[in-house]
Every structure is written in structure tokens, then in C-alpha cells.
Design a protein around this ligand. Structure first.
Ligand SMILES: [Mn+2]
Length: 322
């Protein structure tokens, strides 16, 4: 392995986890396969050590994660006082917990003890212990390193959880965040019994008719603007008419991010709550999308960023005489 391990943080997190009895693990709002996989992998591993563990998320688990063991046992509310340790996984900033709005004690480092495990450069180190490895392709990748560092066994279910997240955040090893260690860890997870076929099926080979039709709407609108950015859009009406939800767009951006000579691409979606969500991707080495997303109050990674702004989408048809 070439990945550099933050030993101090790993040691501190291990000590806290070993000493805790009731542990709450929080996935970020609008959770994805990395955040759910990491959460359930941690739960599985700590339960095997005799701990009481509860998974929590402000929003429901996405359909591509429902097959994971205990994905149906998430709670969407809790009493912080019931837990002696809280772990957040894949939360790129404290805001992504969402629970802090009603539970300010989550941000009070004297009232709750929190381990923050994440791989986003935007992370604001809101925990008592912060394992933030921004070179890691996924939080599940960090957890593999952490569990093996601690000498904790990796069960078959834990291996599937971790591989699911690793697959998702690397776009099945197609994104530039895929390193030699990504493949090494994937190989070891497979050797631990990870159900790789199921991960692939749930993430890439499962589409409802309505989802395919929604993608068709977005793809039929793809265009390149004067700045060589490829733009596609989906309105709230599209979601409604095709009986779909924002999570049905997961994966679509990879198709939009495939146009030769484009600088970057943007998928704009209305989120049903009066906001426009922008997802940005690029294949271009010279572009840092965190700067573009940052102009609109967003963030993320250099080649994959996003933002949310209030507003509605309007289609503009331009006619000109030549
Ligand atoms: Mn992630």
C-alpha cells in the first residue's frame, strides 16, 4: 500500500471506539453508496466487537443500497444523550449531517464526542478526532485502511459494504481518483467475500422504465454553450411527469461528461424545494471545478463538484438570422 496513513488520528479514533458502548454513525444527507457502505461497514465491524451501534441519516437510503445488510435499520431521528460516541462518515462539512440544525450539541465538542471520517477537501474538521484523507477516493477506502490498521477482521458483509462505496465513488474504477491502492483494496475485499456482482448490478445494471425516460429527457437537451461547457437540465416537471426522483439521475452525469473538446459539463436539476442543484464534472486536467462551484457557494473535488442555489430553471430559445 502506498497510501499514507494518519497514524495519530487512527490511534485516537481506535481508542475512542474501543472505549465506547453505544455508538451512533451518521451518513450525510441525500446519502450515496459511499456514505451508506461506510456506515454499515462500521456498524458491522463494531457490532462484532460487542458494541451497540445505530445508523442514522436525515434522508432515506438510496435504492442501490437497499440490499446491503441492515440498510433497513437506519433511523432518521435520535437523542444524542443516548450515545457515548458519534461517528460521521463521508460528511464533506458539518452541514451535511443536517441533524446539527435541530441538535446543536453535535457541534459542541464538549457536549458530544465525534469522530469525523471523510475524504472531501472541503471538510471543516468538525469532530473531536478528524480522519480526513482528501487523497482517498472514498470513505470506504479509508475504512479499509483503518480496520486493517486496528487489526479488526473484515466480514463478508463488511467487505460488500466497502466495495459498494469504493465502486460508487470511483465510478467503477473509471474516475481519475482510482489508484493502484484502489485496485489492491478492491482485490482484498473480493478475497474477503465481497459480493462484487451484486454491487455492479445494483449500481449500474438496474434501471426502471421511468428512469430511462428521465435520462432521455436530459440527454435530448444536451448542448454546448459559448464557453465550451456541456449543459443539460432536468426540471421539477420532468421528475413529476416521469414519476421519478432526483436519485434517478445518479450516474447520468458520466454520459454528459464525454463530449470531446468540452471544458467541463453541468447537469442542472430542480430539487422540488425551490432550489437548483448543479453537478459539475470535467475530464480536463487544467480545470479546478471546486473554484467554479465555489463561486456559487458549492464545493467538492477538482474534477467533480456541485452547488445548490435557490431558483427555477428557464429554457431559453435563441433565434437568429444569418
Ligand atoms: Mn464519498
Amino acid at each position: 500500500m502506498n497510501s499514507k496513513i494518519p497514524q495519530d488520528e487512527f490511534d485516537k479514533a481506535k481508542d475512542l471506539l474501543m472505549a465506547a458502548h453505544n455508538i451512533l454513525i451518521i451518513s450525510h444527507r441525500s446519502p450515496d453508496a459511499d456514505s451508506v457502505g461506510a456506515n454499515l461497514a462500521m456498524k458491522e465491524t463494531l457490532e462484532a466487537m460487542g458494541k451497540k451501534v445505530q445508523s442514522a441519516c436525515a434522508d432515506p437510503v438510496p435504492s442501490n443500497c437497499v440490499f446491503l445488510k441492515d440498510a433497513d435499520r437506519y433511523i432518521n431521528d435520535f437523542n444524542s444523550a443516548d450515545y457515548d460516541l458519534i461517528v460521521t462518515v463521508d460528511c464533506g462539512s458539518h452541514e451535511l449531517m443536517k441533524f446539527h440544525l435541530k441538535k446543536p450539541e453535535l457541534l459542541d465538542r464538549t457536549k458530544t464526542t465525534l469522530i469525523n471520517i471523510d475524504h472531501h477537501p472541503s471538510n471543516d474538521f468538525f469532530g473531536n478526532v478528524n480522519i480526513v484523507m482528501d487523497q482517498a477516493p472514498a470513505t470506504c477506502f479509508i475504512l479499509y485502511l483503518f480496520f486493517t490498521y486496528c487489526g479488526w477482521g473484515i466480514s463478508k458483509d463488511c467487505a460488500t459494504d466497502l466495495l459498494h462505496g469504493l465502486y460508487y465513488d470511483t465510478g467503477s474504477f473509471m474516475h481519475s481518483n482510482t489508484s493502484a491502492d484502489t485496485y489492491r483494496i478492491a482485490a482484498r475485499l473480493k478475497a474477503h467475500g465481497a459480493d462484487h456482482e451484486r454491487c455492479v448490478k445494483e449500481q449500474f445494471h438496474t434501471s426502471s422504465i421511468s428512469k430511462l425516460r428521465l435520462w432521455g429527457r436530459a440527454l435530448s437537451r444536451v448542448s454546448m454553450n459559448s464557453k465550451n461547457a456541456v449543459v443539460a437540465a432536468i426540471t421539477e416537471r420532468d421528475f413529476r411527469e416521469e414519476n421519478t426522483e432526483p436519485e434517478d439521475l445518479s450516474g447520468l452525469i458520466n454520459y454528459i461528461n464525454s463530449v470531446p473538446d468540452s471544458r467541463f459539463c453541468v447537469l442542472l436539476t430542480e430539487d422540488m424545494k425551490g432550489n437548483i442543484k448543479g453537478s459539475l464534472r470535467t475530464q480536463n486536467e487544467d480545470i479546478d471545478l471546486t473554484q467554479i462551484a465555489g463561486l456559487l457557494g458549492g464545493g467538492g473535488h477538482k474534477k467533480a463538484s456541485g452547488f445548490t442555489v435557490p431558483g427555477k430553471l428557464h429554457e431559453r430559445v435563441v433565434w437568429e438570422v444569418k
